[in-house]
Design a protein. Structure first.
Lengths: 244, 175
């Protein structure tokens, strides 16, 4: 490393292009989800409509007062029937009709096999969980998974990380409408011979960490083997925003 | 009239690639880098009305990015444990062109630097900040930046895999 320019050139060459872009709308949307309001600065932005409502009410009151003062010969019934809405009928505007915590509900998600493969007798499938709703939501952490073969649940013990993908800390993935989050399930087929059991996992039930419902993947076709009578060792990765 | 939303969107559009690449250099992987940049931009958006009034919103973004990264590294219960990709050094004389592996070697050498030294290198040589600006970004004195930068470069020079890469790179460049 002879000069500063060497170092500049090195870092510029080393840093690759990002796999995807971020947009301001993404960030603002994330602020909405984090705060439960359509704007992170909702309080400030609601000032204007609140002032406008108050102004309208004040104007209506002023018109009525002026009309009452100038219309002394009008029938009493006319005065009382003037359409003055009480202040309570103009509630302060709320940011949202109902607050949402932003977590994806199972009812708005779809799941399917995105990719499958195997390395060193360690098959895996990468599962895509798609937000099929029109609203943005988040998934976080490790999903809960149950494996089924021939209609029966397979006893399994889960570990974080698979043969190819090391364990990583949970992260929050924002799913815009139509966007997917991904996680990987890895098993082993290396244990064979007497005293072992081999399964072909046909169905996988997935429950996002933040919900209680279940998504079903019917075409899993994932091999797994282990010692008979002991739980099958299954590796899991957390939800991430792009395929791994 | 440019709204706050539009101004912020334009800012993100202009800066996101640089921020993501800088974050990648500091974090070492895209997932962590995207998390870091999203978190930093979120923080900036929450203060956007004030940030937009400053003379240097970009410098502020760099500061948020770097300090967020260092704060995250400090908070981690398990500190970074860089894992070498190779048993020893890559063979001398290998062509740099067929070296995704060599590229990885340099990345590993950077990862072996302490996070603060790596952050100084990223500020000085990737984000092209002066020593003074880097000191503002890191919240330290100029002298601290100078010594951290010198130590980082010295550590890289002493890293055998990095030295090999550098020799190969120069050989390749002179072909």
């Amino acid at each position: 490393m002879r000069t500063d320019d060497d170092m500049r050139g090195l870092l510029q060459r080393l840093a690759p292009d990002p796999p995807r872009s971020l947009t301001g709308a993404d960030i603002r949307g994330r602020a909405d989800i984090a705060s439960g309001t359509p704007r992170a600065v909702a309080g400030r932005r609601l000032l204007l409509p609140a002032v406008a409502v108050l102004a309208v009410v004040a104007l209506a009151v002023a018109i009525v007062v002026i009309a009452n003062l100038s219309g002394g010969d009008a029938p009493a019934g006319d005065r009382t029937s003037r359409p003055i809405a009480p202040a309570s009928s103009h509630p302060a505007p709320t940011s949202m009709a109902s607050r949402s915590d932003g977590h994806c509900r199972t009812s708005q998600l779809q799941a399917g096999v995105y990719r499958r493969g195997s390395t060193a007798s360690a098959p895996f499938i990468e599962v895509a969980v798609r937000n099929a709703a029109d609203t943005r939501c988040t998934v976080r952490g490790y999903p809960r998974v149950r494996l089924f073969a021939s209609g029966h649940a397979i006893p399994a013990s889960f570990t974080h990380g698979t043969y190819e993908i090391p364990a990583s800390p949970p992260r929050t993935v924002i799913l815009g409408p139509g966007k997917s989050a991904y996680f990987t399930i890895g098993t082993s087929t290396g244990t064979t011979g007497p005293g072992t059991t081999t399964y072909l996992v046909s169905t996988i039930a997935v429950t996002p960490a933040d919900d209680t419902g279940t998504l079903t993947i019917a075409n899993a076709a994932l091999g797994a083997s282990g010692k008979t009578g002991r739980p099958m060792s299954v590796g899991l990765t957390p939800f991430v925003g792009s395929p791994q | 009239v440019v709204t706050e939303d539009a101004a912020f969107d334009a800012f993100v559009h202009a800066q996101q690639r640089t921020l993501l690449r800088a974050a990648w250099l500091m974090c070492g992987d895209w997932n962590s880098a995207e998390d870091l940049v999203q978190q930093s931009l979120l923080e900036i958006w929450r203060r956007w009305s004030r940030v937009a009034q400053t003379t240097n919103p970009t410098g502020y973004a760099y500061r948020v990015l770097v300090t967020s990264h260092l704060r995250t590294v400090r908070r981690r219960s398990t500190s970074e444990v860089p894992t070498p990709s190779f048993e020893g050094s890559p063979p001398r004389g290998a062509a740099i062109d067929d070296g995704i592996a060599l590229h990885r070697t340099v990345q590993d050498a950077l990862r072996r630097l302490p996070p603060r030294q790596r952050a100084v290198l990223v500020c000085r040589y990737f984000l092209d900040q002066t020593e003074e600006s880097t000191a503002v970004i890191l919240g330290c004195r100029r002298g601290t930046v100078k010594s951290a930068s010198a130590k980082a470069l010295e550590n890289l020079r002493r890293d055998p895999t990095f030295a090999t890469w550098h020799d190969l790179g120069e050989t390749n460049a002179h072909r």
